[in-house]
Ligand binder design. Sequence first.
Ligand SMILES: Cc1cc2nc3c(=O)[nH]c(=O)nc-3n(C[C@H](O)[C@H](O)[C@H](O)COP(=O)(O)OP(=O)(O)OC[C@H]3O[C@@H](n4cnc5c(N)ncnc54)[C@H](O)[C@@H]3O)c2cc1C
Length: 545
Amino acid sequence: MLSPRQLLQRTPIKVFRFADPTTRERSRCLPVPLNRHCAIVPRHRRKNTEDQPDAESREGGVGVGAHRMRPLRQLHRIEYARRTTILQLQPQSKLMSTFPESTELVVIGGGLAGSEAAWQAAERGVRVALCEMRPHQQTPAHRTGKFGELVCSNSLGSLLADRASGLLQEELRRLGSLVLDVAQSAKVSAGGALAVDREAFSAAITERLSSHPNIVIERREITGIPVDRPVVIATGPLTSSDLASSIQAFTGEKHLYFYDALAPIVEAGSIDLSIAFRGSRYGVGEQDDGDYINCPFTRSEYYAFVDAIVQAETITLRQFELEDPQFFERCVPVEVLARRGIDTLSFGPMRPVGLEDPRTGRRPYAVVQLRQDNLAGTLYNLVGFQTNIKWGEQEQVMRMIPGLADAEFVRMGQMHRNTFLNSPMILEPTMQSRRRADLFFAGQITGVEGYVGNAGTGLLAGINAAKMRRGEDPVVLPPEMMLGAMCWYVTHAAAKGFQPMKANFGILPALPTRIHDKPGRNRAYAERALAAADAILFSLAAPVS
Ligand SMILES: Cc1cc2nc3c(=O)[nH]c(=O)nc-3n(C[C@H](O)[C@H](O)[C@H](O)COP(=O)(O)OP(=O)(O)OC[C@H]3O[C@@H](n4cnc5c(N)ncnc54)[C@H](O)[C@@H]3O)c2cc1C
């Protein structure tokens, strides 16, 4: 009888090890079906038709095999390859045959993430097919056929290095980002922000990609996940429906979302705990002092708050969102509830039952509950407070919540159409799929928010795809870097109720010593992040050809 290690050694596939010291699990071994028409199927399940390639995989290629989403424990069993064998898939896929034999990496989506991924891989000598469905098929938000089109604002965020977006920009600059390089050349005056001439920006990205000798551009919609070679999927919040179905078949129905209904998030340290108090309803919770931070309202505070919510101006929904009957089906925004009646919220998300305010010894008239949002416990979200109120007004209204008058909001609430993975269940911080190591995801579809963050995940996916091609281990970025922290957050946040996240200092590991003044603290975070970025530059650099 062979030991698991001997079995693994005899398995005729490449094995990559994740030696990330920060992972909670020990290093993982992923069998990689790189450039092979194969899927990994545990031997003890091979007879089960559920694990055979389904009809769609055989015909057009949706994912590998058709593993149903399984509990992590089982997935790890697969990853350790203790009982794995290789099941050869028939190479009949229509998709496979349409890529030239020389294609070493398929990148799907020519937005910020896909453009960056294709560029980084191509710069490292990988022959890339970059597939973009525009202009033949537009998304509801894009207008042109250019790569890297900015769908809304032309600002890439603050330039200041002691701001989260400025720090992220600087990291990407040091890592050799195409998007940041082009943004610099297409820059327009915008005070402390990096804003670009959107036409010049996307034209320059298109030109750089089109003239790269290792990139072939394919203008077509990809309708299923290619199975015969490494892939980066960067199709963004408006991924076309056929491909979304294919991704859903791969991830499991429950792990691909189509709408965002985001509640605001605040930094834990900025909540006034002389007013707000810890506690769980009826004292039932996992932590001794309660799982929630509760902001208690008196009757008059509650009425003033509801009045402000009702009066606040909301963001105008886009036509494609208004026309979609499902848009508000899952989560009704707080302002819609408030308009239904003055006490609707106090019987809904603000109900005070099972809670006692330690200052008064009585049940408050209403409460807003804050739930821990990250493992470090530095961020808290406002439970049930998804909202479409305009951001400026939203902040003013939310500051009326007792205990949040001086809160630091790291994200405001919003609702919009957004296709994104339940990444904590699906992805490694290398941007690889846990189930198929040569399948990467990048951009907004991973749950990262913001133009620069999305370009950043594309950069990492492109670099890691190239590393795999060279037989090297993929890289996990240090969590002290803003980009590393974002990749870490989306792959390690609580899977239940997972919501996208943009760059903010609250997701970085705490500093060794507490710095009380905010600018000083942010500068310390930034210095540590850039030192970490510099330390790994060598391992990320494109090899000299
Ligand atoms: C209406 C709207 C407004 C937004 N405004 C902002 C903003 O102001 N600031 C901000 O930071 N973020 C904004 N976002 C989020 C924004 O989408 C991301 O920050 C960024 O564009 C994401 O980059 P990406 O590369 O992941 O996706 P995208 O930029 O959307 O790129 C994805 C690409 O994939 C292509 N594609 C999709 N499906 C297929 C397929 N099957 N085959 C081939 N190609 C395909 C699409 O045509 C598109 O070009 C907005 C999003 C929306 C929907």
